[in-house]
Design a protein around this ligand. Structure first.
Ligand code: SAH
Ligand code: MG
Length: 199
């Protein structure tokens, strides 16, 4: 397992695949244990680094993870097999915005870590799959320190992407259904919890 994790870190670096920061995955694993999280849905598998580490948090944890890039999906499957997590990690090869999840599947934790420009869409689509008391955690809300400074970014593409993350943060702050806390951990994380109906 340890060996595989090191290999995945090297692969990510060599092939320019994003993986979660050490501090952030440690935060997630601690959260999973402290809150007895069992069912996890991850949007954006990459090569399976965060899915495998989350799955390793406790024997009960199960992760469904969605990836649209075929090369990464194949690499992710390979890594899941290597650590014999076939029963713990279910990898879905599809665009998350096109996936049809069964209404019966509810998740204690939904981890949003795919295309940063589509965060609001992911949130709005997958919130219906939260179990009672479940949370939505989003990664990369600082986006390498650019968030909050989009106006100063010369590159139009980058500026637009960062603006979308800024809009997502506003969407979370103003959301009447969910309470969100922001954490200055790694590249910036948030935890959103559904407000109780009789509050
Ligand atoms: N969670 C991973 C890193 C994911 S990187 C880890 O920390 O190890 C983000 C991934 O999301 C990329 O591999 C990208 O291909 C994928 N992605 C982006 N938009 C997507 C979408 N709409 N549906 C599914 N996957 C998506
Ligand atoms: Mg990330």
């Amino acid at each position: 397992m340890k060996q595989l994790i090191v290999e995945m870190e090297q692969y990510a670096q060599e092939h320019n695949v994003p993986i979660i920061q050490k501090e952030s995955i440690a935060f997630l694993m601690k959260f999973i244990k402290a809150n007895n999280v069992v069912n996890i849905l991850e949007i954006g598998s990459g090569i399976g680094y965060s899915a495998i580490l989350m799955a390793s948090s406790s024997p009960l944890v199960k992760v469904t993870t969605i990836e649209r890039d075929e090369v990464r999906y194949m690499e992710c499957l390979k890594n899941v097999k290597k650590c014999e997590f076939d029963k713990k990690v279910n990898v879905v090869f599809q665009d998350a915005l096109e996936v049809n999840l069964s209404d019966e599947n509810k998740y204690d934790l939904i981890f949003i870590d795919a295309a940063k420009g589509q965060y609001t869409k992911f949130f709005e689509k997958f919130k219906y799959f939260l179990a009672d008391g479940g949370v939505i955690i989003t990664d990369n809300l600082k986006y390498h320190g650019y968030v909050g400074k989009s106006e100063e970014i010369p590159s139009k593409n980058l500026r637009q992407l960062v603006k979308k993350i800024e809009n997502y943060i506003e969407f979370l702050k103003n959301n009447e259904e969910y309470t969100t806390k922001f954490y200055d951990v790694g590249d910036g994380l948030s935890i959103s919890i559904k407000k109780s109906e009789n509050a």
